[in-house]
Design a protein around this ligand. Structure first.
Ligand SMILES: Nc1nc2c(ncn2[C@@H]2O[C@H](COP(=O)(O)OP(=O)(O)OP(=O)(O)O)[C@@H](O)[C@H]2O)c(=O)[nH]1
Ligand SMILES: Nc1nc2c(ncn2[C@@H]2O[C@H](COP(=O)(O)OP(=O)(O)OP(=O)(O)O)[C@@H](O)[C@H]2O)c(=O)[nH]1
Ligand SMILES: [Mg+2]
Ligand SMILES: [Mg+2]
Lengths: 291, 282
């Protein structure tokens, strides 16, 4: 129903003759509603509408004979600009083995993403090692080991209790066996769980990973920003991964997290299988959010 | 919130923001504020309408929307064995919720059996089996790739044979827009009915409190296809308020039975609409 709303709205706007300032403000109220219903964060929507309004209330629009078309273009372009400039790649240029740390809230899709990323990197000629750093969730290590077996990728699970030791040990194992990328799985945790957030800080301190990927659920709502900000403050992560975009959630959290952290969206998860990983395209995401 | 001495449009704007940032959704927020205005109008007729009371009235509106008629009755667990099917999208907290439910019912004195109905995801049955070990409860499971309906059938047969009070069946996470996966779920229901026409007696949808507006569509489809009878809202120990659940309760007449407040087996509470409203309004 959301898609219909946007399509109807844009069709109406496109067919409109000259626009008055009131027409424009009314249109932007509708855009605000659409973005909120798409799960874009309240404050991000406010800022976005302000930015669009400044441009949309300009003389160019008010004088145009197809102002609706112009307003739509402003909205679309503003959204794409906010989502990031095109495909962003992982930085794996440092001396191997390069650690990549994967973090996020519970159940966001980290372990599955690590398997997917391992497969993706191997297809690009890398030799990934997966490290099972989640010692808390029942059968989490088992889960990564099974995924490793399915993909014929090595999984390091040294059977010790401290995730910091496990990650350090994983790096040593990578050196021993000539693996050039080390994907570190960590337990899901709340951004307000102090000891668990400190554990991540300790892993980061020990390994200094050039890539820390924050994995967020594509159907997340308003609070997505709060968790992302807290993870960013603690870890200054380098990139974002959005999962479960094979669902029918609009994915406004993508815009929110990106707008608030300024970090690039590196990948999106589009399915449960290990090949369901895609690079992020801002224009496609804009179209999805706008319906 | 509500530091206004007067009830004016600024106050309503502030309340709207609080609701929207709690994932209440634009339409539901409008409905809530309209219901609030009605309550305030009635209260002012009794000159009881100061701003401090508005907050209490708002809490009432929310609590009322979350207490659908369906909630009047408790869980339907009188059958022996009673069967609870647990469903929901990927990663919402189903398997962990089952461990918590098993713990609760075990403490209530019931004999519980678990079924590892997720035969798809890596180490899903191992995860449930570990919980079974911690709880001292048996878990029916088959090899990876087994037909989940077959596991459910075997489990109900075993439950009857062993005279347990309660069978809780885990299922694989699935996105509601995947028709084939939703069909798999309705097949599980049909297969259970071969052994007991009333099974599953409860179908609990586990919702992740972090979810935005998509929650409503999730619930709608799961309800249509698998006959959801109740909700569990997991991960309310985080900072997400789960406001979209209000729309789910209100539009689909589904009761929230429990909330998940953590990752341990005791981290489950009975749902209290007033407490939920209080936390939501901060
Ligand atoms: N449909 C779909 N499911 C996904 C995707 N990514 C992950 N999943 C599923 O989401 C669920 C959670 O995935 P996990 O990889 O276990 O998530 P996690 O973040 O490691 O969870 P914790 O370690 O408990 O925090 C599983 O059922 C996965 O199969 C995706 O892109 N699409
Ligand atoms: N903080 C918190 N974490 C929870 C809660 N419930 C579940 N979790 C965590 O969320 C993650 C996913 O939980 P699962 O029980 O595996 O979820 P699931 O729905 O069975 O996942 P799939 O079977 O993969 O679809 C795990 O890390 C759990 O520990 C809760 O109430 N609070
Ligand atoms: Mg994991
Ligand atoms: Mg599960």
């Amino acid at each position: 129903q959301l898609t219909q709303g946007f399509e109807n709205f844009f069709r109406h706007l496109r067919g409109h003759g000259k626009l008055t300032e009131d027409n424009i403000r009314e249109s932007l109220r509708e855009v605000r509603r659409i973005l909120l219903e798409a799960d874009v964060n309240f404050k991000v929507v406010k800022q976005f509408i302000q930015n669009v309004q400044e441009k949309a209330l300009g003389q160019e629009v008010l004088r145009s004979i197809t102002p609706g078309q112009l307003v739509i273009k402003i909205i679309h372009d503003e959204l794409v600009a906010l989502l990031g400039e095109g495909v962003s790649r992982l930085d794996l240029s440092s001396l191997p083995p390069v650690p990549v740390m994967v973090v996020g809230l519970q159940g966001s899709g980290k372990t599955t993403f690590i398997a997917k990323l391992g497969l993706h990197l191997r297809r690009k000629g890398k030799f990934p090692l997966l490290v099972a750093g989640d010692v808390y969730r029942p059968a989490a290590i088992d889960q990564l080991q099974q995924l490793g077996r399915q993909l014929d990728l090595p999984v390091w699970a040294p059977g010790v209790q401290d995730p910091v030791d496990i990650c350090r040990d994983g790096m040593a194992e990578a050196r021993r066996t000539g693996r050039d990328v080390v994907l570190l799985d960590t337990a899901g945790r709340l951004h307000i769980d102090e000891p668990m957030m400190q554990e991540l800080a300790r892993i980061r301190e020990a390994l200094k990973p050039p890539e820390i990927l924050y994995v967020a659920d594509g159907m997340a709502g308003q609070d997505a920003v709060r968790a992302a900000q807290e993870f960013q403050q603690r870890l200054d992560f380098s990139g974002i991964v959005l999962t479960k975009l094979d669902g029918d959630a609009k994915g406004g959290a993508a815009l929110s997290i990106r707008a608030v952290t300024g970090k690039p969206i590196r990948f999106i998860g589009t399915g449960e299988k290990t090949d369901a990983l895609e690079e992020f395209h801002p224009d496609r995401m804009a179209n999805r959010i706008l319906g | 919130l509500s530091s206004h001495p007067r009830i004016d449009e600024d106050l309503y704007a502030e309340l709207e923001e609080a609701l929207l940032t709690a994932d209440v959704g634009v339409q539901t927020a409008e409905d809530i504020l309209q219901a609030l205005r009605d309550k305030v109008r009635r209260a002012s007729a009794m000159s009881d309408d100061n701003a401090a009371n508005v907050r209490a009235l708002l809490g009432e509106v929310i609590a009322e929307m979350m207490a659908p008629a369906a909630r009047e009755n408790g869980l339907n667990l009188s059958a022996r064995p009673a069967v609870i099917l647990v469903v929901g999208v990927n990663g919402s907290g189903k398997t962990t919720t089952i461990a918590k439910l098993a713990r609760k019912f075990q403490q209530d004195g019931r004999r519980v059996l678990l079924a590892a109905g997720d035969t798809f995801r890596a180490a899903a049955s191992e995860q449930l089996s570990m919980w079974g070990d911690r709880l001292g409860l048996p878990v029916i499971s088959q090899g990876a790739g087994a037909d989940p309906a077959a596991v459910a059938f075997d489990a109900l047969q075993a439950a009857k044979a062993r005279g347990v009070d309660l069978l809780i069946i885990d299922t694989a996470g699935r996105l509601h827009n995947k028709a084939n996966l939703m069909q798999e779920l309705s097949k599980i229901g049909r297969v259970l009915k071969k052994l007991d026409a009333d099974a599953p007696h409860e179908v609990l949808l586990v919702l992740d409190a972090n979810t935005g507006q998509n929650m409503v569509q999730q619930a709608r489809v799961f309800q249509d296809i698998s006959g959801v009878t109740g909700l569990v809202v997991a991960k309310l120990d985080g900072t997400a308020k789960g406001g979209a659940v209000i729309s789910v309760c209100h539009e689909l007449n589904l009761p929230v039975r429990f909330i998940g407040l953590g990752e341990k087996m005791d981290d489950l509470d009975e749902f209290d609409p007033e407490a939920f409203a209080r936390v939501l309004l901060g």
